[in-house]
Design a binder for this molecule. Structure first.
Ligand code: NAP
Length: 284
């Protein structure tokens, strides 16, 4: 079997069209959805991420503000900026690019963002809403993974999903979303024993670790759906995921590539969340 690719680039373009339409509708009511991206320090990877987020705003017709601060910005000054953005009626979504410099408590900063503008879905209120099945912002990467499963018409009901990784931004919310969709969940982490025995039972596997070849063909049940969240560099410096793509595609029924899989979906879901925040601000 050669797996069908789930093309995140193509799907994200489709979803962006929906976002563009939603933005146009709000603009016709004199509301332009606005996203503030706050960058502290000069982490080169963060520079690329924030640039792409600002570009996505331009692409969808949204207003964006990129706030750059030096690495020596104090936590108190950053909290003041967040509060100003919370009060700014032209801003519907606030995103603080992580990681923050070591002297700043990221949790404290995320907590300062108004839950109504928490388009990254990292605030404890958003996490609690997801946990309890209430409406709220879903973290963009797992939200994008759910959209990818939806795009292939995959019914999660009664399926066994194995999530590898338990971070607050990917693994844990991913598991909760899959659970909400009535899958049975196993969450694995660095202390998990015999990962292969667990993944071999899975109908769906989400790899979100940050290490190459965490998932190889011998660990995958024939016909399983495999979503690769990881972003790593191989020996030649080329972007690759956590999954041994060439091997696993011979066994899985569907697989996401890296690049061109989960990555483009993440930014598009950020646009979707910002649109939802703007719609929420006017009760649309
Ligand atoms: P993270 O916070 O470092 O979490 C990694 C998780 O993997 C941890 O829960 C860790 O377990 C677990 N882990 C480590 N080694 C393992 C092993 N050998 N077997 C099983 N589990 C293991 O990373 P993250 O932020 O979730 O990101 C994960 C990956 O996704 C990274 O490559 C990141 O760059 C990528 N990512 C991509 C996107 C995108 O848009 N495509 C978005 C976000 C992240 P412990 O909890 O026990 O330490």
């Amino acid at each position: 079997m050669t797996a069908q690719l789930i093309d995140g680039k193509a799907l994200s373009q489709q979803l962006r069209n929906d976002v563009r339409q939603g933005v146009a509708t709000l603009k016709s009511q004199n509301i332009t959805p606005g996203l503030a991206v706050v960058l502290v320090g000069d982490n080169p990877a963060s520079e690329v991420y924030v640039r792409n987020k600002v570009k996505a705003c331009e692409d969808t017709g949204m207003h964006s503000v990129l706030e750059r601060h030096g690495a020596d910005l104090s936590q108190a000054a950053l909290l003041e900026r967040i509060e100003a953005l919370n009060q700014d009626p032209t801003i519907h979504g606030i995103l603080v690019q992580l990681p923050l410099p070591a002297h700043i408590d990221a949790q404290r900063v995320i907590k300062a963002i108004s839950p109504t503008k928490d388009v990254d879905g990292f605030h404890v209120t958003s996490a609690g809403a997801l946990m309890t099945g209430m409406s709220g912002f879903w973290p963009c990467t797992p939200f994008g993974c759910m959209k990818m499963l939806e795009s292939i018409g995959y019914s999660l009901k009664g399926k066994h999903a194995v999530v590898i990784g338990r971070s607050n931004i990917v693994g844990k919310p991913m598991a909760l979303m899959l659970l909400q969709a009535n899958a049975t969940i196993t969450v694995c982490h660095s202390g998990t024993q015999n990962l292969k025995a667990l993944t071999l039972q899975a109908d769906v596997i989400v790899a979100a670790v940050g290490k190459r070849n965490v998932l190889t063909a011998d660990m995958v049940k024939p016909g399983a759906v495999v979503l690769d969240v990881g972003m790593n560099r191989n020996g030649a410096g080329k972007l690759c995921g956590d999954v041994d793509f060439e091997g696993v595609r011979q066994v899985a029924s569907h697989i996401t590539p890296v690049p061109g899989g989960v990555g483009p979906m993440t930014i598009t879901m950020l646009m979707m969340n910002t649109l939802l925040a703007a719609q929420g601000s006017v009760g649309a």
